[in-house]
Structures are given as structure tokens and as C-alpha cells.
Design a protein around this ligand. Structure first.
Ligand code: SF4
Ligand code: SF4
Length: 209
């Protein structure tokens, strides 16, 4: 008698469990889909504006950037991802001024810490959310950011005469962000070295032996 009772009890539990599962399936069936069908939906895909994909120079409507070649972004980058080439030009008043010649950015070593953007006194940098950055060689990840015609000598003179804006970040906050970024970069480097040693079959800490 008890085995018949157990049998019907387990059948009842099975049906209840099945109903519960079907309820979840039914709910998900009518819930709007969140999975992106990339790359089929490339034309309509919306990437969040705050997503950091690659560093870019901000260009105005005349195609001019605001970089004054001060080198602050290069000095603050914990990964050496920024390399500036500068040159001297003579202004109409005879004074010499350092200007940007080439602005190179290595996306392959950038950790998207934003130190360059937050410390730029000109607001000349920003991150784009253009996420399609796949290339076949690392060399192609090094990009020249000043790809439009450079400002004329007159424009440089006008910019030099304008009052200098200050970075929108206080020194204490900057030091904190920089320390965090440097620690992150050091950890990444140590991790990479350990992985290289492991791949070479060399026991860690035995490199000098
Ligand atoms: S900090 Fe700004 S203005 Fe200075 S070199 Fe970098 S991008 Fe140019
Ligand atoms: S986001 Fe950070 S790591 Fe990338 S270029 Fe700027 S300072 Fe360097």
C-alpha cells in the first residue's frame, strides 16, 4: 500500500516539477531578447557611449584638434602607450613654439585607464566607442591620431595667446588614479612574465639558476 502511495506521490512531484520548468520556459519565450546577433545587426547595434574602445583626438568642425604638444598625456601614461613627435615653428611675432608633428597611440598596450584624457589640460583627447578593432598584426594597433591637416601658424599663435585651461582633476585624485594604474600595469607585466616562463617550461624564481 505504501509503495502505491509513494508511486503516485513521485508522479505528482514529477508533474509539479515539469509544470514549474514549463512556466520558466514560457516566461523566457515571451521576454524580449537581449542577446545581440552580431555581426548581422552591425547596422543597428548600439554601443554604450561610455564604452572605451580607442583613444582619439577631439576634432572641431574645421577639422582641428586642440593638442598643444605639452606631453602631459605621454608622461602620465603608465604603459608607454603614447608617443609624441614634436617640432618647433616660428610664429608671426618671431617667437618659437613647440607644436605637434605626430601623435602615436598603441591600442595594443593601452589599459583604458583614462589618465591621458583626465590630465590633458586642453580637453584634446577622448575615447571613442568604436569597438571593431581586430587586426592581424600588433603593429596595426599603433595608430597616428593626428591624421587631419595641422593648424596653421596663425591658428597656433591665436591658441598660444588664449588663456590656459586647467585639468578637470585635482592633483591628489590624479596621484591616486596614477598609483592604481601603475599597480595594475605592474601586475599585468608580472603575470605576462610568469606565463612566458611557464610556457618555456622554466620553473618560476629559477631564472638565474
Ligand atoms: S596632454 Fe593634451 S594637449 Fe598635452 S600633448 Fe597630450 S593631448 Fe596634447
Ligand atoms: S588610457 Fe591609460 S593606458 Fe591608455 S593611453 Fe591613456 S594613459 Fe595610457
Amino acid at each position: 500500500m505504501s509503495s502505491i502511495k509513494e508511486y503516485f506521490s513521485s508522479v505528482g512531484k514529477g508533474i509539479a516539477s515539469l509544470a514549474k520548468g514549463m512556466a520558466v520556459t514560457g516566461k523566457e519565450f515571451v521576454t524580449p531578447k537581449v542577446t545581440e546577433q552580431y555581426p548581422e545587426n552591425r547596422a543597428t547595434l548600439k554601443i554604450a557611449d561610455r564604452f572605451r574602445a580607442e583613444l582619439t583626438l577631439v576634432y572641431n568642425t574645421e577639422g582641428r584638434h586642440k593638442c598643444i604638444a605639452c606631453g602631459i598625456c605621454q608622461m602620465n601614461c603608465p604603459n608607454g602607450s603614447i608617443e609624441l613627435k614634436t617640432k618647433m615653428v616660428e610664429l608671426p611675432d618671431g617667437k618659437k613654439k613647440k607644436v605637434l608633428e605626430d601623435y602615436y597611440y598603441d591600442l595594443g598596450s593601452c589599459t583604458f585607464c583614462m589618465l591621458c584624457v583626465t590630465t590633458c589640460p586642453q580637453g584634446a583627447l577622448e575615447f571613442s566607442n568604436d569597438f571593431e578593432q581586430a587586426v592581424f598584426t600588433r603593429a596595426k594597433l599603433v595608430k597616428k591620431l593626428n591624421y587631419k591637416p595641422e593648424p596653421t601658424v596663425e591658428e597656433i599663435a591665436a591658441a598660444a595667446a588664449a588663456p590656459k585651461p586647467k585639468p578637470a582633476i585635482d592633483p591628489e585624485q590624479l596621484a591616486k588614479i596614477k598609483a592604481e594604474a601603475l599597480a595594475k600595469a605592474a601586475a599585468k607585466k608580472a603575470e605576462k612574465e610568469a606565463a612566458e616562463k611557464a610556457a618555456a617550461g622554466q620553473p618560476e624564481g629559477n631564472a638565474e639558476a
